[in-house]
Design a protein around this ligand. Structure first.
Ligand SMILES: Nc1ncnc2c1ncn2[C@@H]1O[C@H](COP(=O)(O)OP(=O)(O)O)[C@@H](O)[C@H]1O
Ligand SMILES: [Mg+2]
Length: 296
């Protein structure tokens, strides 16, 4: 685990693994027109094939960071480098082709008369012919299990269906990286599980790296390779879910609550008067461990 300390003498963030780095957020700050600080000297990176979770309280800067990744927002200071393209050097125009952003509110994303038109919009913008865009849209709708919605009006879909269609709209553009802002918030458990499965599948099938902002630390524990704790507009600690989520003080500092699995295990150890020697982070790991402990 790394606790990030900003060195005022050094205005750049370290490259972690330059050969695999797809996103390098280099000491980026963003001040909104009304003076609010969205992010402040933020260092963040994403490697090829990685799933990274941004976890932090409301207002910590997760959405502001995500909106920088496809060029929607531009840093007031510092740089955003996506696959070698630097916003500070003015190479912002094509970022949206590299990073597909799925917004928290699907309503912000869906606007075309039908679901199919909506999912075709991105591919058409990429310059695909109508036929190719149609093909890409159908494939993307199939991949998210929503092809039967193609002719529907986006307005009349349920929240879960809207989320799947927004994801298809981004997938149809075949981005290298997908950033999803609270992708399971407001979803029923079935749609939540579908979105979770899709994120893992996108990496397996299409080699897409994923950034998710989430309050659901159990979800982050199940799918993320790396967790970044965001506070006051900066990543202040990062590491594997196992390292981060077992650091009780750190999680409290971030204004968050440990994942249910972790709390259940710690409560169990406390009640039995034993030291928590293992670090289960998924329910399956916890069950296996409890089985072992209770038969000992
Ligand atoms: N459009 C905006 N105008 C002014 N301030 C904003 C705007 N969007 C976000 N902020 C502020 O930026 C900070 C970070 O917000 P945000 O990135 O939305 O956090 P999170 O996604 O972690 O909840 C907050 O203080 C928030 O009030
Ligand atoms: Mg947000």
């Amino acid at each position: 685990m790394t606790i990030m300390r900003h060195d005022p003498q050094h205005q750049h963030c370290n490259h972690s693994d330059p050969g695999r780095e797809l996103i390098h957020v280099d000491c980026a700050s963003h001040v909104y027109p009304d003076g609010s600080i969205g992010i402040h000297e933020m260092c963040f990176h994403v490697l090829k094939d990685e799933i990274v979770a941004l976890c932090g309280q409301n207002g910590s800067g997760k959405s502001t960071l995500i909106e920088h990744l496809n060029g929607l927002l531009v840093p007031s200071d510092g740089d955003i480098v996506i696959n070698g393209m630097s916003v500070a050097r003015g190479e912002r125009a094509d970022l949206w082709k590299e990073v597909g952003v799925v917004f928290q509110r699907s309503e912000d994303q869906l606007f075309a008369p039908t679901v199919l038109d909506d999912v075709m919009f991105g591919p058409l913008n990429l310059g695909m012919s109508k036929e190719d865009a149609h093909d890409a849209a159908i494939k993307a709708l199939e991949a998210v299990g929503a092809v039967d919605l193609a002719k529907k009006l986006p307005n009349y879909l349920s929240g879960g269906q809207k989320r799947l269609v927004s994801i298809a709209g981004i997938l149809a553009m075949k981005p290298r990286i997908m950033a999803l802002d609270e992708p399971t918030s407001d979803l029923d458990p079935v749609h939540s599980a579908m979105v979770e499965r899709l994120i893992l599948e996108f990496r397996e099938r299409f080699g897409i790296s994923v950034v998710i902002a989430t309050h659901d630390l159990d979800l982050a524990a199940r799918i993320a390779d790396r967790v970044c704790l965001v506070k006051n507009g900066a990543v202040y600690a990062e590491g594997s879910p196992r390292e981060i989520f077992y650091d009780t003080d750190l999680i409290r500092d971030a204004g968050l609550k440990q994942p249910d699995t972790v709390m259940t295990y710690l409560d169990y150890c406390h009640q039995r008067g034993v030291a928590p020697e293992d670090r289960p982070i998924t329910r399956a790991e916890l069950v296996t461990l409890l089985e072992r402990l209770t038969t000992q």
